[in-house]
Design a protein around this ligand. Sequence first.
Ligand code: PLP
Length: 377
Amino acid sequence: MKNIYFQTQAIKSVEDHFEGIQPISTPLYLSTTFLRNPDGSYQEDFIYTRHDNPNRRILEKSLAQLENGTVAFAFASGMAAIHAVFQSLKTGDHVLLPDDVYYNIYLLVESVFKDWGLEVSLVDCSDLEKVEKAIQSNTRLIWLETPSNPQLKITDIEGIVHLAKLHNIKIAVDNTWASPVLQRPLDLGADIVMHSTTKYFGGHSDVLGGALILKENETWATKIKNIQTLSGAVPSPFDSWLVARGIQTLHLRVNAQSQTALTLAQFLEQHPEITQVNYPGLNSHPQHAIAQKQMPNGFGGMLSVLVKGDATRAMQVASRLQYFRTATSLGGVESLVEHRKSVEGENSATPDNLLRLSIGLEHVEDLKRDWKMALEG
Ligand code: PLP
């Protein structure tokens, strides 16, 4: 183009698209907006990135497949995904939450949704009788988290689904800790699965993300899609790209983390300085049989231990570990340890002497040695 001003050239000269080349790794589509065709239509229905974006669509399609759902929605964080589920309910609806639900979910409901008229009860979801008793005529949703954070209680998903169907109640499962490598709640009858993709999907502690995957693409899915795109808590193209990249190695990481967690749990269970190990893969776990049924390929990379002594002793042990970094979060390639009670605050039901472990990809013998040294040193 001749007679073009510098300013215009600066814009046009970088608009090349290299049609016809086929990169093996998915490119990043950072554009917030997409060209409209002369007839008014849009290529592949991409209009504006809050509404949909190629990187997000790739991620959502993958998530739907991996969880055996029909449709998935990606969010900017796990909490944004959870928020969307509660927002899809109506004033006066009642929700059952597990009594040791991830504590920020409880805070969200207490500090935001109670003001909007959502009714909530906490119940021990590992006890079907208690769940049945807690159901009210306005109960619309039962939220499950299995294994639970941080006590690793197991909920019988099929048992709760059976109950819920009798009362026309929807079942949501936070599947963050197990990942679809080890547990697929939609196959067990749940209606919606939630993930903090920040954890195992991302896998490298460098991206925040969340997801909802639905069994059926019906009115509830439309409502959630509206909440996702209209409230705008969507992941950026780069966030979506990172989570999608993590998915390619998800099964390798989760299987290895799960194996190491079991070996370490068995080792710690024998140690005199540990009074209890919470890990669903141990025969001593009260719901081991249910875990075997619904997590046939392994029990996950998370466990918690009760250290002999008080909170100060537990924190001392955590600080002596060399290979476990003292930090919150989970699901990354590096092992982490955390004193949960001091994070969750005074009202938390977590024991004072509990340490939560997220197992990474280090060699199990190094991790065992690390714990032996921290407990005995
Ligand atoms: N659910 C569980 C079980 C979690 O562990 C977390 C975060 O730690 C969340 C939900 C919230 O996810 P995010 O931190 O991505 O918002």
